[in-house]
Design a protein around this ligand. Structure first.
Ligand SMILES: Nc1ncnc2c1ncn2[C@@H]1O[C@H](COP(=O)(O)OP(=O)(O)O)[C@@H](O)[C@H]1O
Ligand SMILES: [Mg+2]
Length: 221
């Protein structure tokens, strides 16, 4: 397997009115392509912060993050937005769908931004893969919690990202929907051969990943 993500000695702190809260401390992480990794850790230990760094949403104060052979610290805002849309998919605890748009339009959106003429066709196929062919025209506000998360998964994978970053993706679902959502993510991970970095506090979910890391005091313990 080849290396997809490499974090070298990254540090990150929040500065709140003179108070420095160093959340990530000299952290190193290697993710192979296709690999599945769970990140566990106490609430507030910095899991979401780390995913934001991996996704180029925040930048480390020091250290390097290399994804798919690109040092993302060297990219300007425009380049990083493009890089993100070509390489990464995101799933959050709350779906972040556009509520006045149909399931289909929500899934098409990342491809519309890339001006892909096949956006609608590809989005339809993706919605079939997540089992929502009967819901394509529903507004996201008309879908159940589990269905919305399926739309969010379809939207995250529509651009065929090399890595899916998921922050407590089942955190707001009941146990049945949580299990189904996770199974779906794992199945699609097999088909698409993307890497998966999933933040969770659910040890059962974590145990299904190839590697489990625990974040503690800004580092993996
Ligand atoms: N935008 C922010 N500004 C200042 N502090 C923040 C911000 N986001 C998170 N923090 C702080 O950083 C620490 C890590 O937060 P977070 O990464 O959200 O943890 P986790 O996802 O593991 O629960 C916490 O102490 C939190 O209060
Ligand atoms: Mg969090």
């Amino acid at each position: 397997m080849s290396n997809l993500i490499s974090c070298r000695n990254i540090n990150y702190q929040y500065d709140d009115g003179g108070h420095h809260n160093q959340v990530i401390k000299n952290l190193n992480l290697e993710v192979d392509s296709g690999e599945t990794i769970a990140i566990l850790g106490q609430s507030g230990c910095g899991k979401s912060t780390l995913l934001n760094l991996l996704g180029g949403i925040d930048r480390p104060n020091s250290g390097q993050i290399i994804i798919n052979n690109t040092n993302i610290g060297s990219l300007n805002e425009e380049e990083i937005t493009k890089f993100r849309s070509n390489n990464l998919g995101f799933i959050y605890q709350f779906h972040h769908l556009l509520k006045d748009f149909s399931a289909l339009k929500n899934v098409m959106m990342p491809l519309l931004i890339q001006a892909d003429p096949l956006a609608e066709e590809k989005a339809m196929q993706m919605l079939v893969k997540v089992g929502l062919e009967s819901r394509v025209s529903h507004l996201s506000s008309e879908l159940s919690g589990g269905e919305r998360q399926r739309v969010a998964i379809a939207r995250a994978l529509i651009t065929q990202p090399k890595c899916l970053l998921a922050d407590e993706p089942t955190g707001s679902l009941d146990s049945k929907n949580a299990r189904e959502t996770l199974d779906l993510m794992m199945d699609l991970n097999q088909i698409h051969d993307n890497s998966l970095v999933i933040v969770t506090h659910d040890e059962k979910i974590a145990s299904k990943m190839q590697r489990v890391l625990v974040l503690e005091n800004g580092q993996f313990s």
